[in-house]
Write a protein that binds this ligand. Structure first.
Ligand code: FAD
Length: 504
């Protein structure tokens, strides 16, 4: 891009992930003069690939409300394939979980005691998707350019100063220049930029969850369903093919995500409980190889695979949990993934980002030109994002505690499905969406918090007995009853749930 970015804009957005690009496209359609900058260059590898029914509901809403009709097609696998088969994605029919025990090949029984499959759609056409982010994010940035929005890659903010307006000193292709804008949106997906330019700190202190991730993309990974069938594991009553889902292998110390794309690429990552900072000082290769050795069926999954050309190596995260001290300030706001993150279990990131975009756009549209009102609404946005991170943390932390005991994990995870069903129902009924995961619903928050306390009592310093687990499962079943339109925890379902997004 040879054009000089040195101009006056209404809004500067930093970070051209899907969130930054969609925000730029919406604001442009609302008549704002927008500039989007990206420190890297598309196409680029990115993680965070598995969408959900809530993400898709919001995508459809944003597409309709802000006149981006082509965006609508990406909210279902069928319409995505019809409109843009060249942009790689995968079918995601639901959430699947398989429990592995150290030293043993995966085994289960006809009641699926070590499996849990929760369908989120009725067929492949209506299905959610796994987004190949390199493709999808590059497509969105091209749309940004098509709409005539000023887009500058390989561009970073060095310094920012706000008087009447913002003056950003930026490094653009290794040359220093200035951008002037009335407002700034941080969509960079981490707190680092705001820390650098405004001194806004992030911390992990408040989180119950403590996890790290090691991941990459692979080719030539056998299909999990075929592996199960080879072992004569009954799969006839599965609600969908687990390879077409967010497939999770549950270990004692964490879990694995397996997200398949239609070109047979597989996103594979370990997410490990690091409460005792066990992994902090271990080399990545050692962690990876030790886990493969410990779990024979996981080793079988990867043994003949090849690292995909991109990223071409195994990547490692720092501790995943982080939260900025504030979401907004005078003349700026940050999108949810910049504000904070908990853990990819339950694939809540994309939906959280989209629900943040929805709120931020509303605030700006309603209050542009009135800083006091804008900040009042951003305060409400901040409360929402912080509340959403808190409930996600509670739900995910309980999962890590229960991973060694699959029946308990199964019961605990139903709290997430109850919260998400409640939220989907609000949206399907066209009620005001409130907070993501209904984190503004006091009954849901209390249900999750009380259950967490009960769980800790149950497993503190001891292995839960079968009786303990039965009692806890009954307790959760009773607590989720007001939201349970999907027959969750009904013994007759044998851990196979046909469809949690109920139609009304
Ligand atoms: C290990 C892991 C697994 C995940 N799995 C899932 C999942 O399965 N499903 C799900 O829903 N969510 C998942 N997430 C969350 C998901 O990654 C995020 O919700 C999503 O990427 C947010 O998108 P974004 O556009 O806000 O940010 P990003 O995707 O992080 O994009 C930010 C962009 O900003 C650019 N940038 C960074 N710094 C600067 C700067 N200083 N100046 C300019 N540009 C900058 C980056 O290059 C990047 O292009 C996962 C997260 C992690 C860590």
């Amino acid at each position: 891009m040879s054009e000089n970015p040195n101009k006056q804009y209404d809004i500067l957005i930093a970070g051209a992930g899907f969130a930054g690009s969609i925000t730029a496209l919406i604001l442009n359609n609302l008549g704002f003069k927008v500039c989007l900058i990206e420190k890297g260059q598309h196409p680029r590898f990115a993680i965070g690939e598995s969408s959900t029914p809530v993400a898709d509901l919001i995508l459809r809403d944003l597409a309709t409300k802000y006149n981006l009709p082509w965006l609508y097609d990406f909210s279902r696998y069928g319409s995505w394939q019809q409109s843009h088969p060249e942009i790689v994605c995968g079918i995601k029919r639901g959430f699947s979980y398989y429990k592995h025990y150290p030293g043993k090949a995966f085994a289960t029984d006809e009641n699926h005691k070590n499996e849990l499959l929760v369908a989120a759609s009725s067929d492949d056409i209506q299905s959610d998707t796994n987004w190949l982010r390199a493709d999808f994010d590059a497509f969105l940035v091209n749309k940004v350019k098509d709409y005539g929005i000023n887009y500058f890659d390989q561009t970073e903010i060095i310094k920012a100063e706000r008087n009447a307006d913002w003056e950003f000193q930026i490094d653009h292709f290794n040359e220093s220049t200035n951008i002037h804008a009335s407002f700034f949106i941080d969509a960079t997906g981490s707190g680092k930029l705001l820390n650098k330019i405004l001194g806004i700190e992030s911390s992990s202190e408040e989180f119950l969850t403590n996890s790290v991730s090691i991941f990459s993309h692979f080719n030539q990974v056998p299909k999990w369903l075929e592996m199960l069938q080879k072992e004569n594991i009954p799969t006839d009553d599965y609600p969908y093919n687990p390879d077409n889902s967010a497939l999770h292998q549950i270990l004692d110390e964490g879990w694995i995500w397996m997200l398949r794309f239609k070109d047979d690429r597989l996103s594979f990552g370990f997410v490990l409980d690091d409460t005792n900072t066990f992994y902090e000082n271990l080399p990545t290769d050692k962690i990876w190889n030790d886990l493969l050795e410990k779990y024979p069926s996981v080793n079988c999954i990867l043994k003949d695979s090849k690292l995909a050309t991109v990223p071409g190596k195994i990547l490692r995260s720092e501790r995943l949990q982080r939260k900025m001290k504030q979401c907004f300030g005078a003349g700026w706001v940050a999108l949810p993934h910049t504000v904070g993150f908990v853990d990819p279990l339950f694939s809540s990131g994309i939906a959280h980002s989209l629900s943040g975009i929805e709120k931020v756009i509303c605030c700006i549209r309603k209050n542009w030109g009135n800083e006091a009102l804008l900040e009042k609404d951003f305060k409400a946005y901040e409360n929402a994002v912080f509340g959403e991170l808190k409930i996600t943390d509670n739900l995910v932390a309980g999962c890590y505690k229960t991973m060694p005991y699959f029946d308990l994990f199964n019961a605990w995870s139903m709290l997430y499905f109850a919260a998400t069903i409640a939220h989907e129902q609000r949206r399907i009924k066209l009620e005001p969406p409130g907070y993501f995961l209904n984190a503004d619903d006091q009954e849901i928050c209390t249900m999750v918090e009380t259950s967490y306390t009960d769980l800790l009592k149950l497993i503190e310093n001891k292995q839960p007995t079968e009786e303990d687990i039965k009692w806890f499962t009954g307790l959760i079943k009773e607590r989720i009853q007001p939201y349970n339109i999907a027959g969750l925890l009904e013994p007759s379902s044998k851990n196979m749930y046909l469809h949690t997004v109920a139609k009304i």
